[in-house]
Design a protein around this ligand. Structure first.
Ligand code: HEM
Length: 459
């Protein structure tokens, strides 16, 4: 059967994006810029308007790319479960991130993807998770002691948590423990340059341009990780790169250095900004919802532990509801792109082969048909009694689904819960926005645009 035989990239990766979408309801927006401005400002109201006018499938043009907007839980299910192997993640991400993440999990499809996923899975087994949890507790204790010097000051919370999670990444992902040393500084700088590089306006590979810096950052990371692989293979390290390096394929052979470094670089990217956004948004919503903050602090106070170990993660059910509500209202991953491999019917519309598909988790997460007052921050909607998210298997999907479902789903929630647990045991805070109507940006990274200033207070 043709639909089940896509194992050969030659079938579709050399085809250009389909731009002949005139038969699909919708429009391409303004000349040259298309819908780019409204989309970048806030994709949700834009998508909702289009949904009301054109239905769940409409043609659009954003950031210079023509494609199809696919909205609502049924289409998300079709795209993510992809039982007919109709959607390519590799080609969905290709245009923007190819130079940076070629070969990584998100840029592989089907058998190729399954083969590579084995490398990464090696680092997420139970014993490894126990080890990371213990180490993360130690790193947080150290950091929160250092934050004492910020008590009674106003700090940009986003920058603080971003730096802290970079230190976590250097140690847990790469085994770099000298967190104030030159190697960690270089590693983190190269990582930041790479991430900035992905957000380029024009892909100009000349000194001075963000894109160029990004490419240099990526080369640095390849070398940095690549040079450690032999040593990691020979050792018994418990950092993620060690697990990746020691993993063998189905023929008993080690994966190549390039395969290991490709996965390691993407892992840092996939892990860092997402969890940073989740914690920053939590601080934003807790500051605006004192009743939720109080309830969360009461839960934390009721547990007589200094920190949560791996087996303690279920001891904070209300914190889990808060995490879910933050992901519902401001998902850390705002866009899931794919490209069709062949003509495929979506909600009754024939979408041609090689068409870019854009899907926004926040669209389903804010649908009035399912959620009570979707714009309201209300963690109790995830309580066992209300369980609003259970109305459709793909109504709430912050971690994606199907073959590409987030491999760090449990890790990120452990990182999140352990931080909040320790932070709220020790500190209280109030927001210090200059403009109380702060702009909540979606791109390049979802966060309050002013970096969430807070006044840090000892409890
Ligand atoms: C709040 C935190 C996080 C959120 C909301 C999140 C969300 C997602 C989503 C939506 C995808 C699927 C993207 C797609 O299908 O196009 C994904 C994939 C992925 N995530 Fe996460 N993520 C988070 C944290 C992490 C962490 C901490 C790690 C690693 C430690 C991680 C590693 C990955 C990897 C490797 C993939 C690619 C999986 C594949 O293609 O097979 N993520 N994540």
């Amino acid at each position: 059967m043709a639909t089940q035989s896509v194992t050969n990239y030659d079938d579709y990766i050399h085809e250009p994006n389909c731009t002949n979408l005139d038969h699909i309801p919708g429009d391409y927006g303004l000349p040259v810029i298309g819908h780019t401005l409204t989309y970048l400002k806030d994709p949700f109201p834009w998508a909702l308007e289009r949904y009301k006018e054109f239905g769940p499938v409409s043609r659009v043009c954003t950031t210079g790319v023509k494609g199809v907007l696919a909205l609502g839980p049924d289409l998300v299910q079709q795209i993510m479960l992809d039982t007919g192997r109709n959607f390519s993640s590799k080609m969905g991400f290709h245009t923007r991130v190819q130079q940076f993440f070629e070969g990584s999990l998100i840029m592989e499809d089907f058998e190729h993807h399954k083969h590579q996923r084995r490398i990464v899975q090696a680092a997420f087994k139970n014993d490894a998770m126990k080890h990371y949890t213990k180490e993360i507790n130690r790193i947080y204790d150290r950091a929160l002691n250092e934050w004492e010097s910020d008590v009674d000051k106003t700090i940009p919370f986003f920058m603080h948590i971003k730096d802290l999670l970079l230190i976590v990444a250097a140690e847990i992902f790469a085994g770099e423990t000298d967190y104030k040393g030159e190697r960690v500084r270089q590693l983190n700088q190269a990582f930041l340059d790479t991430v900035n590089g992905i957000m380029y306006l024009f892909p100009i590979n000349l000194p001075g341009f963000t894109y160029h810096k990004g490419i240099k950052g990526k080369k640095f990371l390849q070398k940095f990780f690549g040079e450690m692989i032999d040593e990691k293979r020979a050792g018994d390290g418990m950092d993620m790169l060690s697990f990746f390096s020691r993993e063998k394929d189905e023929f008993g052979e080690y994966f190549t250095a390039k395969e290991v470094t490709d996965q390691a670089i993407f892992l840092m990217f996939a892990a860092h900004d997402t969890t940073t956004a989740a914690i920053t948004h939590t601080i934003y919503y807790l500051a605006r919802n004192p009743d939720v903050k109080e309830k969360l602090m009461a839960e934390v106070d009721s547990i007589d532990l200094d920190g949560l170990m791996w087996e303690d993660q279920d001891k904070v059910p209300y914190m889990q509801q808060v995490f879910n509500e933050v992901q519902r209202i401001r998902p850390s991953v705002p866009l899931v792109p794919r490209r069709t491999i062949r003509e495929v019917e979506m909600a009754g519309v024939k979408v041609p082969a090689h068409t870019m598909i854009f899907s926004f988790p926040r669209f389903s997460h804010w649908l009035e048909d399912y959620w009570t007052e979707p714009a309201k921050f209300d963690p109790d909607r995830f309580s066992p009694e209300r369980a609003e998210h259970k109305q459709h298997p793909f109504l709430f999907h912050p971690f994606g689904g199907g073959a590409h479902k987030c491999i760090g789903m449990h890790f990120s929630q452990m990182e999140y819960k352990n931080f909040l647990f320790k932070f709220l045991k020790r500190y209280d805070f109030e927001s210090k926005h200059e403009n109380s109507d702060v702009f909540m940006q979606t791109f390049p990274l979802p966060k309050p645009s002013d970096d969430m200033p807070i006044r840090l207070m000892r409890r």
